[in-house]
Every structure is written in C-alpha cells, then in structure tokens.
Design a protein around this ligand. Structure first.
Ligand code: CO8
Length: 261
C-alpha cells in the first residue's frame, strides 16, 4: 500500500488499518536529527492522508524511544543559525496529523524524545520507560514544546521539578502523574499499543477525528468555547450514516457495521 518506503532512520509498516512508525537510529539511541524529523513528518503525513488508516503507532527500540534531539547536530550552532532555521519548527507538522497517534514508549524518552511522545495523543509505557527533560544539564531548556505540554500533562509542580532539575521519572511515576495512560510489561508493549490502535481504527473515522479535535481543543481555548465546539461537532456527526448505524445497532442489540472506516 505504498507506505513501506525506503527511509533511513525509521521503519514504516501497516497492519490492517494501523500504521506503525518505528524510530530506528540505534547508534544514537534514536536521537532526533533533522533527517529523522523529515522522515517522521513525511511518513505520518502520508499515513494521515490514507483513508485506509485509522490509527498510527509511534515507537522506538527496547532501549530507547528517543534519547532526545540530536545534541551533536546542534552543539556548534549559533543563535542566528538556530533562529533562521527555526530549529524544531518542523515538528509542528506532526502535531497537525488528524489520525490518532499512540506512542509506545520503552526505555529512554528524554528531551526531544519525551517531547515527541507528548505530541502523540495517547502514551503507553513499558515498565522500563524513563521520561525526562534533561536540557537544563546542557545549558538550555526544552525546545520541542516540553515546558508547555509537560505542564499541561502533569501540572506545574512536577513539570517544574523535571524541567529545573533534569530528573528522570520512571513509568510508575509517569502513570501516577498522568503523563501516560497505561503501563505494561516491556514484552507486551507493542501488542498493547497495536490493540489500542486497532480498537480506535475500528470506530467510525469521522467520530474519531472529531473526538481528537474536541479533546485537543480543551488545551487551546476557554471552557465555554470548548464546550461550544464539542456541541457543534456532536451535531454535525448526525449527518453521518455511521451515527444512524451506531444508534440502530444499539437499539437492535447488535454490533455496529460502520461505513466510514
Ligand atoms: N544526541 C546525540 N547523540 C546521542 C544522544 C542525543 N540526544 N543520546 C545518545 N546519543 C548517542 C551517544 O552519544 C552515543 O554515541 P557514541 O557511541 O557515538 O558515543 C550513543 O548514542 C549511545 O549513547 P550512550 O553511550 O550515552 O548510552 P548510555 O546507555 O551510556 O546512556 C543516556 C544513555 C542516559 C540516554 C545518554 O545517552 C544520555 O544522557 N543522552 C542524552 C540525553 C539528553 O540530554 N537528551 C536531551 C537532548 S536535548 C533536547 O532534546 C532538546 C534540545 C536542547 C538543545 C541542546 C543544545 C546543545
């Protein structure tokens, strides 16, 4: 189906309606350099445009989801160079993917790795996962949205703790703090993520996209505006055959057969 293109730093495959992107730069613990950014954006955008894909899984290796932005690539650059290149702005395209993305995190998710995981819609962690924003140890701060998304995900107290000290947290602490939705044994991580993605991909796609848009809006606007948008999206879904089918199936006590999936 055309998604298994020759990328250098990622692997892409599809299983039924689920696309899988695997960060694959083992010699640098999946550090996110500019080439990897381009490939993740290209692969996720292509999967997003494919109506045969209903959910995407983003994962790394057992040892590292990603150990950060590529420090060696940035180390020698000047402020004007960083500013003129608008370093990291390319990741914004990844956050515009409308198809739900499930991050499956094993091992290190540090710096840009933690930030990339937080750009996904749902985080599932292996019990080996370690999350951190260690940029403070490099004389900088998070640059891929970490200070903002971590504060929204875990609140000010723990975000300040992590961003100011560079301390890593383990999977248990990450789940307790609300950063991840589930923790599973490392050996079960990919299967769990594929099950979650498969469950989402089996729903009616318009309702899935609307649901993601509605929840994302909660982090961008006031309560009244968010509730208003939700209600309008809810009304609009009554224009789909799948709303008729879903509600008919409920009253007839059978499984729905959705058309838009
Ligand atoms: N960038 C580039 N290369 C990396 C990175 C990285 N973020 N992380 C690991 N690598 C490389 C190592 O340099 C090493 O390469 P080599 O074999 O050529 O020396 C290889 O991956 C394996 O790593 P280690 O030998 O260090 O493996 P360990 O198991 O001993 O340690 C750690 C694993 C603890 C994850 C360790 O690699 C580490 O601390 N990595 C860096 C973590 C970090 O600080 N991440 C934040 C990066 S900064 C960021 O994401 C936001 C932008 C901030 C701007 C910074 C500007 C300078």
């Amino acid at each position: 189906n055309g998604h298994e293109n020759a990328y250098e730093n990622i692997l892409v495959e599809t299983r039924e309606r689920v696309g899988i992107i695997t960060l694959n730069r083992p010699r640098a613990l999946n550090a996110l350099d500019a080439a990897t950014l381009r490939e993740v954006v290209s692969a996720s955008t292509a999967l997003d445009a494919d109506p045969g894909i209903g959910a995407i899984v983003l994962t790394g290796s057992e040892k590292a989801f990603a150990a950060g932005a590529d420090i060696k690539e940035m180390a020698g650059r000047s402020a004007p160079e960083m500013y003129l290149a608008d370093w990291f702005a390319g990741w914004d395209a990844f956050t515009r993917v409308r198809t739900p993305v499930v991050a499956a995190v094993s091992g290190y998710a540090l710096g840009g790795g933690c930030e990339l995981a937080m750009m996904c819609d749902l985080l599932i962690a292996a019990d080996t996962a370690r999350f951190g924003q260690p940029e403070i140890n490099l004389g900088v701060i998070p640059g891929m949205g970490g200070s903002q998304r971590l504060a929204r995900a875990v609140g000010k107290a723990k975000a300040m703790d992590m961003v100011l000290t560079g301390r890593h947290i383990d999977a248990v602490e990450a789940e307790r703090a609300g950063l991840v939705s589930r923790v599973v044994p490392a050996a079960d991580l990919l299967q769990e993520a594929l099950d979650v993605a498969g469950t989402i991909a089996a729903k009616s796609l318009p309702s899935v996209l609307a649901a993601k848009e509605a929840v994302d809006t909660a982090f961008e606007t006031t309560l009244a505006q968010g509730v208003h948008l939700e209600r309008r999206l809810f009304h609009a879904l009554f224009a789909t055959e799948d709303q008729k089918e879903g509600m008919a199936a409920f009253t007839q006590k059978r499984e729905p057969r959705f058309t838009h999936r």
